[in-house]
Design a protein around this ligand. Structure first.
Ligand code: BT5
Length: 232
């Protein structure tokens, strides 16, 4: 089944163009293929992905009908890093409203509850500058070691994500920092070619994590996975 609809979170916000398909490969891939034609703020949700994508060619899993799987397309977009922050904060807002759960953000793109991943965000830019940001939010199902928010209708959760997105201030820098549980932690940064251990002290304007290593040398990390370590 495939449906389409429009949604405006309040009278001053632009329309979201909502579409739903029962099954597809990846909602991010689908919207990237429409980068030349789809209107700004197109939202594609699916009940099941057969090739859900994480970062760095990893997979995103969810059994059919269990979780929120959605991608948002933005024209004239700011930096992808800014949109990743916005979507992460919007998922946080929806988790608070719908499930009463206070989630946090883990650099670069995770939403966590008590340290366990409950959602991931993937931003991709098309050659024409359009940015597609996808998120998978665990509602009724989570893999081992991950978290889920509970028996929540994915469509209801999505509406709250879009509302929370529209309520964000123009500059989300401070809000993002205040929810970033990575800051101040001892971390191991696992990068494609090496690892780095240090303390995460800041995120710069480009979204890079600033890590001070044990020799007090400061590193700006743009790609990598973070393991939160116990303090010394
Ligand atoms: C992410 O990647 O966290 C980005 C996930 C984005 C998924 C959405 S769903 C809608 C849209 N369409 C797509 O095709 N993708 C987006 P990353 O940080 O690389 O995390 C991927 C890793 O998380 C995997 O290697 C698994 O270890 C783990 N994982 C897979 N499914 C998971 C789940 N449901 N919950 C928690 N962890 C999961």
């Amino acid at each position: 089944m495939s449906t389409s609809d429009h949604f405006r979170s309040d009278p001053d916000s632009p329309l979201w163009h909502l579409r739903y398909v029962d099954e597809t490969g990846s909602t991010n891939t689908d919207l990237l293929a429409e980068a030349d034609s789809a209107p700004d703020r197109t939202v594609l949700r699916t009940g099941h992905q057969t090739a859900g994508k994480g970062r760095l060619d990893r997979r995103w899993d969810a059994p059919p009908g269990t979780n929120l799987l959605v991608s948002l397309l933005f024209r004239d977009a700011p930096e992808p890093a800014d949109l990743v922050r916005r979507v992460g904060l919007a998922v946080l807002g929806a988790a608070r409203r719908v499930a009463g759960v206070e989630a946090g953000l883990k650099w670069p793109n995770d939403v966590v509850v008590d340290g366990a991943k409950v959602a991931g965000v993937l931003a991709q830019r098309a050659p024409n500058g359009v940015v597609v940001v996808g998120t998978g939010v665990n509602l009724r199902w989570a893999p081992d070691g991950a978290a889920r928010l509970g028996d929540i209708d994915p469509a209801v959760f999505l509406e709250q994500v879009l509302r929370a997105f529209d309520e964000l201030p123009d500059d989300v820098g401070e809000r993002y920092r205040s929810h970033l549980v990575t800051l101040g932690q001892r971390v191991r940064v696992v990068r494609p070619r090496d690892e780095l251990v240090g303390t995460a002290v800041d995120v710069d304007a480009d979204g890079r994590l600033v890590v001070v290593d044990e020799c007090a040398i400061s590193h700006r990390v743009d790609v990598g996975d973070i393991v939160h370590l116990r303090p010394h």
